[in-house]
Write a protein that binds this ligand. Structure first.
Ligand code: ADP
Ligand code: MG
Length: 701
């Protein structure tokens, strides 16, 4: 039996650089490289050659169709497949794929969220090839990663603004490096590695939970007798079923060139994590979208369901997506890697402080970039970072920043370093023992880890904000130093970093982010505490933020407004569906269960009495009374929920509507759930129509 080795398998379905070099004529290959590196568009001739080669390669791998693959503002991916066939009038068909079809598509944009852009402009949209993310073959189609815009050029997706933000960061970071005397650097890319958390449960159990199928989370369910309190799941031995799934998942991802690297059990029962090796941010975003999709597909094949919702189960940890972020040069340098010499340290400190200033200034936008109905359940709950954005840098780096802020000269600062036992930063930074798992934005040695994103969100959103905000910081620093004579540069840089640290140190917090008094303290420091989507979304319209996004051409005013509207709409829709699903489950599942169990107890009590009037039936009476109490409160709650939902639905202002869903509908739902879960705890599973928490969380072997 021949066995495929992993190096043979890795990327075998990807039209990557190696394939292009092997298969394309030299000139065409060079032209594509140039397009990838500079963004210069391809001549139609070359595009035709590339398309023909791509098609031939794809057909060899079983492809019959091609699709422009894009990321509309649903947060999911979209695809429309066209076959390569081209029939002639003699009944023959040839397989065709032109350069024009490769570089541009024209899907109807009218059924994708546009936040009002659609109403004012043409319904047509177009997709444009992103040559920096490789095409690949999956399920018999050639997938071409593309950006998606309206006919008039407004972006209708998450990739276009991401690519814009990467350009902006590249421009400013390269400029800064040149300014610091690093003329050899030609390009700076942001790098991302996103740790993806998820739950796996048995497929049949999943399919019998209407709430999981329709909303992604359980809207009801009494806690299992055991939760995560034993702390026996984290890094625990993988169950055979889970291990088989992970093995298969890795292989599927590797074939598509997704560098899946680590896998392990997470804190909650049935919760797991996958982390890839980091990549350039637009590729990392594409690969994360693919990862989520393949996870679901492979789970299904293994008779399981993969849950990507941020809070599928109450009472145990939710799922996040830690976004590790840094900046890397074309010369292979990580700009957040502390340097080995004082000069390199200066460069490191400039980039570090630029990030700190950016995150402080635009903390509201960072929070808004990850605000979804699902993630609201997680931020602020005990396992997740609070809704307050703060930065952890570790005690040792904090000492260095303190020294700079105190205005010590670079020599002094260096002495400070020596005082704490090392002259250069790397030795300090290697010590990760005090890593703070509770910080929403933590420096972890040579990168930052943003822990607020939810497991289901697109990584593009936080990356767009972070890239742009850091670019803005770098520009501001460079501008303030431009007229400084070379010989004074180091001193001037330190003075400027001092000023920035004074201004932005309020964002630095090395303490316990879960501590109760932290939120009050944070608010007293002037940090934002945006607890929910309706709290966070107005950040998009704040003049400080619209200025940032417009100045750097990330979004036009109309694009910003569109995104604001879409996010609020998505929020209201998600909770609306939850409300309807809950109402349906109450009527079709919960109340019939309560009634039939109550009837059974009544029957039992009556037959006991018939047998002998002296038999004690007080237990039955008590239980029926209790169930009746829950029943009444559930019915009353249902009435209120139904009525409030209608009122929320009728509200036309999107922010007011979101507030209604947040303030009224969610609390109506919590009130009902409390009664339902209390009733469920009394009812034997034979009488329940849906599986319990215990079954779902502990059933996989
Ligand atoms: P942790 O202790 O948080 O698990 P790891 O070193 O395992 O830290 O990294 C977690 C993630 O961070 C991985 O996806 C990894 O590829 C990514 N990562 C490492 N270096 C960088 C970098 N320079 N830029 C972006 N992501 C990075
Ligand atoms: Mg991590």
């Amino acid at each position: 039996m021949t066995q495929t080795t992993i190096p043979e398998m890795y990327g075998c379905m990807v039209f990557n650089d190696k394939v292009m070099r092997e298969r394309l004529p030299k000139d065409a290959y060079k032209a594509v490289r140039k397009t990838i590196e500079t963004g210069k568009s391809l001549d139609l001739d070359v595009a035709n050659t590339v398309a023909a080669t791509m098609k031939e390669w794809a057909v060899e791998r079983g492809a019959t169709h091609f699709t422009h693959w894009f990321q509309p503002m649903t947060g999911l991916t979209a695809e429309k497949h066209d076959s390569f066939i081209n029939p002639d009038d003699k009944g023959n068909v040839i397989m065709n794929f032109s350069g024009k079809e490769l570089v541009k598509g024209e899907p109807d944009a009218s059924s994708f969220p546009s936040g009002g852009i659609r109403a004012t402009f043409e319904a047509r949209g177009y997709t444009a090839w992103d040559p920096s993310s490789y095409a690949f073959v999956k399920d018999g189609s050639l997938y071409i990663p593309t950006a998606f815009c309206s006919y008039t050029g407004e972006s209708l997706d998450k990739k276009t603004p991401l690519l814009r933000s990467m350009d902006v960061l590249n421009h400013e970071a390269t400029h800064m490096l040149h300014f610091l005397g690093r003329e050899n650097v030609k390009r700076v890319d942001t790098t991302i590695g996103s740790e993806q958390e998820y739950f796996l449960i048995d497929k049949d159990l999943y399919l019998s939970r209407k709430d999981l199928v329709l909303t992604g989370r359980t809207l009801l369910g009494a806690p299992a007798p055991k939760g995560q309190e034993m702390e026996d799941h984290y890094f625990g031995v993988l169950k055979p079923k889970v291990s088989a799934f992970m093995h298969d998942l890795d292989e599927e991802l590797w074939k598509l060139g997704v560098p899946a690297k680590t896998k392990h059990n997470e804190v909650a029962p049935a919760q797991h994590e996958l982390a890839p090796v980091f990549e350039m941010s637009n590729i990392a975003v594409d690969h994360n979208q693919l990862t989520m999709e393949i996870m679901k597909k492979v789970a299904d094949r293994h008779n399981m369901a993969c849950l990507l919702h941020e809070k599928p189960f109450d009472g145990v940890n939710g799922s996040g997506k830690h976004v590790n972020w840094s900046m890397g040069t074309d010369t292979g340098e990580n700009l957040l890697e502390p340097g080995k010499t004082p000069a390199e340290n200066t460069q490191f400190l400039v980039f570090l402080v630029a990030v700190i200033a950016a995150v402080d200034k635009y903390a509201d936008l960072m929070r808004a970039s990850v605000a979804t109905a699902g993630n609201d359940h997680r931020l602020g709950a005990n396992e997740a970072p609070p809704a307050v954005v703060s930065i952890f840098v570790g005690d040792e780096l904090a000492k260095i920043l303190d020294a700079i802020e105190a205005g010590e000269t670079p020599e002094d600062a260096e002495r400070t370093l020596m005082d704490i036992g090392a002259k250069v930063l790397p030795t300090l930074m290697k010590d990760t023992t005090d890593r703070n798992r509770t910080s929403p934005f933590a420096f972890t040695g040579n990168k930052f880890e943003f822990r607020m994103p939810g497991s289901a969100v697109s990584v593009a959103d936080p990356a767009i904000i972070l890239n742009t905000a850091v670019a803005d910081s770098l520009r501001e620093i460079r501008k303030s130093l431009e007229s400084t004579p070379k010989e004074d540069l180091t001193t001037a840089i330190m003075a400027h970093l001092q000023k920035l640290l004074k201004e932005h140190k309020k964002i630095l917090f090395n303490g316990n982010g879960y501590a109760e008094d932290w939120v009050d303290q944070a608010v007293a420091r002037g940090l934002y505490n945006l607890k929910s989507v309706p709290d966070a979304m107005p950040a998009f319209l704040d003049p400080k933020n619209t200025k940032l996004l417009e100045d750097y051409h990330i979004y036009s005013a109309s694009e910003i407004h569109a995104r604001y509207e879409i996010n609020l709409e998505n929020y209201a829709k998600a909770i609306h569906i939850e409300s309807l699903t809950l109402q349906d489950m109450i009527k079709k599942d919960v109340t019939p269960s309560i009634l039939s169990y109550s009837t059974a107890i009544c029957d039992e009590a009556l037959s006991k009495k018939e047998l002998s009037p002296d038999i004690d039936t007080s237990y039955e009476t008590e239980l029926v009374a209790e169930l009746s109490k829950y029943y009444a409160s559930i019915r009353a709650g249902l009435k209120k929920l139904s009525c409030d939902t209608k009122a929320a639905e009728d509200e036309s202002d999107s922010l007011k509507k979101a507030v209604l869903y947040h303030d009224t509908i969610l609390s109506d739902m919590v009130a009902i759930r409390t009664a339902v879960d209390a009733a469920e705890a009394e009812i034997p599973s034979d009488y329940l129509t849906y599986p319990t928490y215990e079954e779902m969380l502990f059933s996989l072997r």
